[in-house]
Design a protein around this ligand. Structure first.
Ligand code: TRP
Ligand code: SF4
Length: 404
């Protein structure tokens, strides 16, 4: 697949943190399930990334990887639609990381915001390591090796995708300039045929001379539709549109997930480190118990004390789980002391339970058959490797590393 087609690819990774919770479901996984219908998707367990901060904790990995993939499958991430794999099973990521490290200025890594942030946050770990500094570049390799067009990420990861774009640009700048590029490009235009060739040249001029982005998009679509040119020519023409040389690595875009923040049981963001989560495999009686004992507006000591939903974490769960009519009932009943807090929590409890019930049934099937989960991962890793190898082959030869 050429760089041009691969722009319809989506890639995302998750560190193996073990069992996932409702925050992951609403923040990430529901989005993945949607994306797998619209794009060619690659989703992977970023186990090497976890090693950059948790080296030394060997027991953390194997079970966490399987457990996390079970949760992906249980919520509907479909191995028939998306390649699901584990980073360390696709060693090509490591070679691309190494090769890119040769041309990545140290300063680019040192000024990634998460570098200092995480060092401050994880004081108990020595993160003055080579691997930790290089972790955003490893992420760049994860993305570039599939020439993914889109990377769904949270706001904290946008800087990493930006770095990825810079590295791709630098790589293309250094290695896309083959001798005689211009002549090759002109010959490639001729191969497109008269009509398509003329259109391409018109769009290119409109983009280069008037900055017409519409024309750029049209030219890219035109290239995408071309059957009769080779992969190398396509990359040349893709690069020739914007300037200098062949586009060997594709610049990805972040797809910011716009899910509303998932509140935890205490009203803070749901997160394992706050100990306020409902896990996807939380026993349902525990779900009921945990929500029933959630704190509410402290002003409501007695049933007859009116409250204010804005001061209550349960109200935030209503935003995620209930309809407008129910929420009107909550506001009314809370402010007038017309309903009790347990009564108010009931529709949230019901909604969470009916969301989790089918997920847990699915999860149980996979828990009973870990070999099935492993074979899904092996197969996904094989699919991923095929794409990864193609890119790596081109990267090696562009860098002058011989193919024999
Ligand atoms: N760095 C991401 C995180 O910590 C995980 C990740 C690794 C990733 N490689 C990626 C995400 C590539 C998107 C694309 O959450
Ligand atoms: Fe919170 Fe509902 Fe109780 Fe009001 S009635 S304090 S919104 S739980």
């Amino acid at each position: 697949m050429s760089t041009v087609d691969s722009q319809q690819r989506v890639l995302s990774g998750m560190r193996p943190t073990g069992r996932l919770h409702l925050g992951h479901l609403h923040g990430v996984l529901n989005n993945w399930v949607k994306l797998q219908n619209e794009y060619e998707c690659f989703f992977f367990v970023a186990d090497w990334h976890a090693l950059t901060t948790h080296y030394g904790d060997a027991e953390l990995f194997d079970n966490n990887v399987i457990d996390m993939v079970i949760d992906w499958l249980a919520v509907g991430v479909n191995p028939g639609q998306a390649a699901l794999f584990v980073q360390s099973k696709v060693i090509e990521h490591a070679e691309l990381h190494l090769l890119l490290s040769m041309l990545t200025p140290l300063g680019w890594l040192e000024r990634v915001p998460s570098y200092k942030d995480m060092q401050d946050k994880l004081q108990e770990k020595d993160l003055d390591t080579y691997g930790f500094l290089g972790y955003p570049l490893l992420q760049a390799a994860d993305i570039l090796i599939y020439r993914a067009g889109f990377v769904p990420v949270g706001a904290d990861q946008v800087a990493h995708v930006e770095l990825t774009r810079e590295v791709a640009r630098r790589f293309n700048h250094l290695y896309g300039r083959e001798p005689g590029f211009e002549e090759h490009a002109v010959a490639a235009i001729r191969k497109m045929g008269k009509k398509a060739g003329r259109l391409y040249s018109q769009f290119r001029t409109a983009y280069q001379e008037q900055g017409d982005h519409d024309a750029l998009a049209k030219a890219q679509a035109l290239l995408q539709a071309q059957q009769n040119i080779s992969l190398g020519d396509r990359e040349r023409l893709f690069g020739y549109l914007e300037g200098g040389g062949k586009m060997i690595l594709a610049e990805p875009k972040s797809l910011l997930t716009h899910a509303p923040k998932m509140p935890g049981l205490d009203g803070q963001k749901m997160s394992k480190s706050y100990n306020n989560t409902l896990s996807l495999r939380e026993p349902l009686d525990q779900v009921e118990k945990k929500i029933s004992t959630m704190p509410t507006d402290p002003a409501r000591v007695r049933l007859s004390d009116p409250g204010d939903p804005d001061k209550c974490p349960v109200w935030q769960l209503h935003q995620v789980y209930t309809d407008e009519e129910t929420r009107d009932w909550v506001v009314q009943g809370c402010k007038s002391a017309g309903i009790g807090c347990l009564e108010c929590k009931k529709p949230v409890i019901d909604a969470v339970i009916s969301e989790l019930e089918p997920i847990q049934q699915q999860a149980q099937q996979y828990e009973r058959d870990p070999d099935l989960v492993k074979s899904i991962i092996v197969e996904g890793s094989e699919t991923a490797r095929q794409s990864a190898r193609e890119t790596l082959h081109e990267v090696r030869s562009a860098m002058g590393l011989s193919a024999w």
